[in-house]
Design a protein around this ligand. Structure first.
Ligand code: PMP
Length: 388
């Protein structure tokens, strides 16, 4: 068989730089991992029980393509309550297989070949690949450490061309933890409205905001009609394995996304939808408890990193810190590789999230204080040895 049978656009995709470190770390013993991007908590018990219960009751068939109406109603109420944005449950909410699927089909619903999509880096590794798979062209804009990794409206405006169709924004951000405030969002919104750009707003970490409540881009004047709000249950409810997310947006876009969804997925898993319904109805206390714990860990890690000489601003949300490792004179890959080799601590080099991540590493603090303490001790030893 010819070696060229794979689709060119798939052959051209770069493998995720995060995987390489997981693979290396998994072959070693006694590794403390700050590498993974998922909660260390188990899903709240009432959510697990609700899912069991749905199976016991025989809810084992497909749901409506867009998801259980009850769940869409609960999502719509939640969005209204939390973000003060109102979406009609029947026409404007689609339940998806994780936020990941929502991002994928949002792009596929919007893009014609060659349409440009602005991707703000450093960012979640999937965005640019999803743009490429949808036939689009990712145009990257770099949020920089000098501005606490907050992209500015001017930077976005400078990247707009007549081919720009959309932008992918993520606040609170993976990997930097940066949270855009109301003023920063309003400035960005003005540019997007002026140039008629659609926003794919990944707000999956919104609940994990530690200093101020996160604001939805959709709640900013003029944005609701041009925003696809994407979120899910993975992070805030510790439900990564359940694969449940959603998109809320303008009727025509949600309808187009539902068309793709119905032909490719049918519906999100039924038992997970029943669990998610319980999470929204009775999960508030668990989210508050987890958030309190993440806040303590964030403060602990940021203090320890700054004390060891890795300068690190206090990120407002998500469960990542993104310290500079420039004082060591190493590249972020060298730092991550040697740290793993010498001290058995796994972190992710910042460059895998985009060029402006070079000189930084991502440390996830979604692990116990005991593990974090051990990791910080090992890192202090490592940095003392290598700092210039
Ligand atoms: N968006 C961001 C910013 C993420 O960090 C992740 C997971 N790492 C996702 C989306 C994917 O979430 P899900 O599990 O809902 O597909």
């Amino acid at each position: 068989m010819s070696s060229n049978y794979l689709a060119k656009q798939v052959q051209d995709l770069k493998p995720s730089g995060i995987r390489k470190f997981f693979d290396l770390a998994s072959k070693m013993e006694n590794v403390v991992s700050l590498g993974v991007g998922e909660p260390d908590f188990v899903t709240p018990w009432n959510v697990i029980e609700a899912s069991y219960h749905s199976l016991e009751q025989g809810y084992t068939a497909y749901t409506a393509n867009a998801g259980l109406l009850e769940l869409r109603e609960a999502i719509s109420e939640y969005l209204e309550e939390y973000f003060t944005v109102s979406y009609d449950a029947e026409d404007q909410v689609l339940v998806t297989v994780g936020a990941s699927q929502a991002i994928d089909i949002a792009l596929r619903a919007l893009l014609n070949p060659g349409d440009e999509v602005i991707v703000v880096e450093p960012c979640f590794v999937a965005y640019s690949s999803a743009v490429l798979l949808a036939g689009g062209v990712p145009v990257t804009v770099s949020a920089t450490g000098d501005n606490a990794f907050k992209v500015t409206a001017e930077q976005i405006e400078a990247a707009i061309t007549e081919r720009t169709k959309a932008i992918v924004l993520c606040s609170p951000n993976n990997p930097t933890g940066a949270v855009l405030d109301a003023n920063e969002l309003a400035e960005i919104a003005e540019v997007l409205c002026k140039h008629d750009i659609i926003a794919i707003s990944d707000e999956i970490y919104a609940e994990l905001s530690y200093d101020e409540k996160a604001i939805s881009l959709s709640a900013i004047d003029g944005m609701k009609e041009r925003t696809i709000l994407i979120s899910g249950f993975s992070k805030s409810f510790a439900m990564t394995g359940w694969r449940l997310g959603y998109a809320a947006g303008p009727v025509d876009i949600i309808q187009a996304m539902t068309k793709i969804h119905q032909y490719t997925i049918m519906c999100a898993p039924t038992m997970a939808q029943h669990g998610a319904l319980e999470a929204l109805r009775n999960g508030r206390e668990s989210v508050n408890d987890m958030t309190t714990s993440y806040r303590q860990r964030r403060n602990f890690v940021v203090k320890a990193l700054n004390e060891m000489g890795l300068s690190c601003h206090l990120p407002g949300g998500a469960f990542y810190v993104f310290p500079s490792i420039k004082a060591t004179g190493m590249t972020s890959e060298e730092f991550a590789e040697q740290l793993l080799e010498e001290e058995r601590v796994a972190v992710v080099p910042g460059n895998v999230f985009g060029d402006s991540g070079e000189g930084y590493i991502r440390c996830s603090y979604a692990t116990s204080i005991k593990q974090l303490d051990e990791a910080m001790k090992r890192m202090t030893r490592f940095v003392e040895k290598h700092i210039q």
